[in-house]
Design a protein around this ligand. Structure first.
Ligand code: ZN
Length: 501
């Protein structure tokens, strides 16, 4: 077998995997959008069968022999091929380390857990979700141990979402954030607060949907390849580079919520739509890590979307859609209102300043759960105590507390730190981009093409070609430093709240 023949055989296997992945993505999207609640039973059977097939292909003899051959001949491979083989090998090693029955049973569990969690959240009933979360924590711990028996299991989990990340780095990162954010937040909460009442007038859903479509167009999202749906919990599904689906949620008493969730998911979509199509059906396609992904979404949501420049441009459209609700309101009023910083209960609705503290709480709980120092039954109590300690808020019930996010019911433990990391990556990327062009000058004229083009060139098109660390460092020309983020927050909020720095 030559290297070329090995890659030809590999393409056939990847084609087969692509078919199963495509089907599973569509099934998941269907489940989260239109499928009736009772559909989970038959869906579970189908997902289990597909997962079993995927397991067999990924761990099969053919895949193993091709990967082994390519590793043996790595000196003959170019950089792209090497990275592809490295990622394939990592995935095969991970999946092979888990017994097939457990691997399939986990998929089946998650399918049911999602339905149970939705009901638990709607009915403020943590107790019904508790046994599922116990199993999910246990599976995560066990899988991490199967894969890397000598490694701390939470480090293994972190690495699955942000290649190379470990607890020590995450602890240092969060400590830096805490040092800067906690005193700044204290000053902000003591200062007079902007008026946000106009955001909570009646905003009909249909008009908000028009605004969402408008902002997608401003962002340059290709509607031939991306569609906007509605769900309780907004998300992005990447089916392939010509099929990316985003969702939002309309609240008729909140203008900002759906608008910013569309911009956020739109950022995820731009990333996926911008990956080099040549990587399709290989492990090089798709965003490289959740940290880099959340960086793109939060970049558009906050650094662009919550900037004076962007609001100045989109505000006339808002006035046109909502002339009565926004009568007498200026773009500057809107800018201040959507940047109001205040400790709150819900992560997805949190302002840029307090957001990282919501993430920190989940990170600390996950670490303790995986280390078996905390039991699932005690999580609500610990959750509420941490919200009081870090944010000073009383959690009224589990619906607005521990049950608010879908990540754990989806099986994801180790994902949350990506949100805070992504926010911090974004500030450093912005600084670099701004050294090469007048970012807000472009944005103020409604032209996001240069910003999107810069990100496409430096980040999007590379997909998973480089590790997140290599990609980030080559993009900004230095190593990651969270001070860019804390400086950005200090400047922005000192200006909005008229504080002395
Ligand atoms: Zn996101």
């Amino acid at each position: 077998m030559t290297v070329q023949q090995a890659f030809e055989r590999l393409r056939k296997i990847q084609q087969e995997l692509f078919v199963y992945n495509y089907a599973m993505n569509i099934i998941h999207y269907d489940a989260d959008t239109v499928a009736p609640p009772a559909s989970y039973v038959c869906r579970g059977e189908v997902l289990s069968a597909f997962t079993e097939k995927e397991y067999e292909i990924t761990t099969g003899d053919e895949m193993k022999s091709i990967v082994a051959f390519l590793i043996e001949h790595k000196d003959e491979l170019d950089g792209v091929q090497k990275r592809e083989v490295e990622l394939l090998n990592k995935e095969a090693e991970y999946v092979s380390s888990i017994p097939k029955d457990e691997y399939v049973a986990f998929t089946s569990l998650l399918n049911e857990a999602s339905v149970v969690w939705h009901n638990a959240k709607a009915n403020n009933d943590f107790e019904s979700f508790r046994p599922f979360l116990e199993k999910i924590v246990d599976y995560n711990r066990r899988f991490a141990k199967y894969y890397k028996p000598d490694k701390d299991p939470y480090d293994t989990l972190l690495d699955q979402y942000e290649e190379g990340l470990n607890k020590e780095q995450a602890d240092n990162f969060f400590n830096t954030l805490k040092e800067h954010i906690v005193p700044l937040l204290k000053k902000v909460t003591e200062a007079p607060q902007p008026d946000t009442s106009f955001l909570h007038k009646h905003y009909p859903k249909e008009k908000q949907a028009e605004l969402s479509e408008y902002v997608m167009a401003v962002m340059g999202i290709d509607k031939q390849r991306c569609i906007l749906g509605t769900t309780e919990h907004p998300f992005t599904t990447n089916v392939c580079t010509s099929d990316v689906r985003i969702t939002t949620h309309y609240y008729e008493d909140d203008l900002a919520s759906a608008f910013y969730s569309t911009v956020h998911e739109g950022g995820h979509a731009l990333y996926e739509l911008g990956v080099d199509p040549a990587y399709e059906k290989t492990p090089l396609t798709g965003g490289v890590s959740m940290g880099i992904h959340e960086c793109q979404s939060r970049f558009f949501e906050n650094l662009i979307g919550r900037s004076r420049a962007f609001i100045g441009f989109v505000f006339p459209k808002m006035k046109e859609l909502f002339p009565e609700q926004l009568e007498g309101v200026t773009a500057e009023d809107f800018y201040k209102a959507v940047n109001k910083a205040q400790p709150s209960l819900i992560r997805t609705e949190a302002d840029e300043l307090t957001y990282a503290l919501h993430v920190l709480i989940r990170y600390e709980i996950e670490k303790e759960l995986i280390a078996e120092r905390l039991e699932v039954k005690d999580v609500p109590q610990v959750w509420n105590a941490k919200y009081k300690e870090y944010l000073g808020v009383d959690v009224p019930d589990d619906t607005h507390g521990v049950l608010q996010d879908s990540h754990w019911s989806g099986g994801s433990i180790g994902y949350f730190p990506s949100y805070a990391l992504g926010s911090a990556y974004g500030a450093q990327i912005f600084a670099k981009m701004n050294s090469e062009m007048d970012v807000y000058g472009e944005v103020a004229s409604g032209n996001l093409a240069k910003v999107e083009g810069w990100l496409r060139e430096n980040i999007f098109r590379h997909g998973s070609r480089y590790s997140p660390k290599t990609l980030f460092e080559s993009c900004v020309g230095s190593s990651f430093d969270p001070i860019f983020f804390t400086d950005y927050l200090e400047n922005k909020f000192s200006d909005i709240y008229g504080l002395d720095k």
